[in-house]
Design a binder for this molecule. Structure first.
Ligand code: 3NM
Ligand code: MG
Length: 516
């Protein structure tokens, strides 16, 4: 009989290198097994023990795990697993045996896990039929210094979608209670294929409180993350209410944005009645994120690159994700250079972006598609491309992939939450002629989302924000009476926006939107 599908939900991998003071691998595993929510499977991983010592430790641990009915796997060493008689092994590609050999040695009933870190390995792995797959590393981790390039949640998702549902899969590498919900949520693919569990080393083995670490991980895994949309509905009749909420709650918009647009973003935030703050000091992110009605704009327009800007953007993302605050990501120029494309992918994989807002080139780049040639960060694929159906499909597919809202700006704007997709027709030709007008829309969207009631489906607030913005742009253009005055238009636009934010007009009637 082939092995039963093992329960991989909380998979503990041991490590003797990083133990807290006064503990051993044995004492940590023993403590974990006494937890209210113990690991569902344990892998004994020892890279430097002699065979005799390894077998001795494995026997002791196996006595513990079998008492608790938890399967024990041995990393790499089929001989140790055979000597002990435990439930199976976990193999890498350089280990002592390949899967067919291990299967021959261990027999049909034992569990044989196999690590994969890219599509090429996955293809080979599926050919040898292991019991389950370990995908990693998700994040860079000091626990395994020679690890392969981190996959991010999008890399995990890409592999996962190529794994048949009959083959269980866990992710490993840098997972802890702070990111586990996101790893599980964001690695889900469009078809609904999800991870069967997560594997951790240091999150449990390095903890001075291993019992608490197990319980916390288990509970976090089984608790939906704050940022997960639970409602995809849209109530067009509530558009005016979303505007009124700005007046009522005066949301704070935390910007990490580019140097060119800081001033206009601040002024436009003020015009609609929101409070802008431009903070790039990570020491205050947690405090900012804890305030009520806060939204965040992450705009990578003039990112410096390197470790520092990565920490800056990911630090803000983490703090706002923890609080469930809306985050608007503007991947400025994402298709223009490979450094930008990689940085944008890193942000999307490194946290949950409530809304991704970009032009066609940027959205195509994030969707992993060929981008049209872009020169500079402003132009390039602004609605040059396809038909309404093609553009709608582009935003829809990215939104359902990322489980968020995707907005593609252009002559017409396309927006989708993965369930429903809309085309918005308002706007003015001047919007692309004054720098910062495109970026500052992100501030208005963040304000509308931050002012909306918690649990509200955010597609309505986002459409209201775009609507008020684009109708104000049209009104300002009308004031130019046909003469070409981009400078005056910009001033008139801010005034029209302020007037609309304060008015009691019925926004629903003003916004030209149709569902695609
Ligand atoms: N395997 P931590 S990453 C054992 O990518 C192991 O296959 C990996 O440790 C892989 O949970 C890894 O402390 C170490 O980050 C994971
Ligand atoms: Mg190995």
């Amino acid at each position: 009989m082939p092995p039963l599908r093992p329960n991989l939900e909380l998979y503990l991998v041991t490590d003797s290198a990083n133990l807290p003071p006064n503990s051993t691998v044995y004492s940590q595993v023993e403590a974990c097994l006494s937890a209210r929510h113990p690991p569902t499977i344990v892998q004994l991983r020892e890279k430097h023990l002699s065979t005799a010592k390894f077998i001795e430790l494995a026997r002791d641990i196996y006595a513990l795990t079998s008492k608790h009915g938890v399967p024990l796997l041995i990393n790499d060493r089929v001989d140790v697993a055979l000597a002990v008689g435990c439930e199976g092994v976990h193999l890498g590609w350089d280990d002592m045996a390949d899967v067919p050999t291990a299967r021959k040695l261990l027999g049909p009933e034992k569990i044989i896990g196999l690590s994969v870190s890219d599509h090429e390995q996955l293809g080979r792995a599926l050919g040898v039929d292991p019991t389950y797959l370990g995908i990693g590393p998700v994040f860079s981790t000091p626990t395994k210094p020679d690890h392969n390039a981190p996959l991010g949640t999008s890399g995990v998702r890409s592999l996962l979608s190529a794994i048949p549902p009959t083959m269980p899969a866990v992710a490993i590498g840098g997972i802890n209670h702070g990111n586990v919900q996101r790893v599980l949520f964001q690695s889900k693919d469009i078809s609904g294929r999800r991870l069967d569990g997560v594997a951790v080393v240091s999150a449990i083995m390095a903890s001075p409180l291993p019992v608490g670490a197990c319980n916390l991980l288990y509970e976090t895994i089984n608790w939906p993350p704050l940022f997960v949309p639970t409602d995809y509905s849209i109530r067009t009749e509530d558009f005016p209410i979303y505007r009124d909420n700005i007046r009522k709650h005066k949301p704070l918009v935390h910007h990490i944005t580019n140097n060119v647009v800081k001033s206009i973003s601040a002024n436009i935030s003020l015009a609609i009645g929101a409070s802008p703050i431009m903070s790039e000091n990570p020491a205050e992110f947690a405090d900012l994120a804890a305030l009520p009605n806060v939204g965040c704009v992450l705009n990578m327009g003039t990112f410096a690159g390197g470790r520092e800007s990565q920490d800056l953007f990911l630090g803000a993302l983490r703090e706002h994700n923890v609080r469930g605050n809306p985050v608007i990501f503007d991947p400025v120029g994402a298709g223009a250079t490979s450094a930008r494309r990689e940085f944008a992918q890193m942000i999307v994989g490194g946290g949950y972006c409530t809304v991704i807002k970009g032009n066609e080139g940027e959205i195509r780049s994030l969707a992993g598609l060929e981008t049209v040639e872009m020169r500079g960060v402003d132009g390039g694929g602004e609605g040059e491309g396809g038909s309404e159906e093609e553009l709608a499909k582009l935003v829809h597919d990215l939104a359902s992939l990322e489980n968020n809202i995707v907005l593609m700006t252009g002559p017409r704007d396309y927006i989708s939450n993965g369930a429903r997709t809309f085309c918005l027709a308002n706007g003015s030709k001047y919007q692309s002629r004054v720098t910062g007008i495109g970026c500052a829309l992100g501030s208005v969207i963040a304000a509308f989302c931050a002012a909306a009631p918690v649990d509200e489906s955010l597609i309505g607030p986002v459409i209201s924000a775009i609507g008020i913005y684009n109708v104000a742009a049209e009104r300002a253009e009308m004031l130019m009476e046909g003469s070409d005055q981009p400078g005056r238009w910009a001033t008139a636009f801010v005034d029209c926006l302020a007037a609309m934010a304060m008015s009691d007009e019925n926004l629903t009637e003003l916004i030209a939107a149709h569902e695609v």
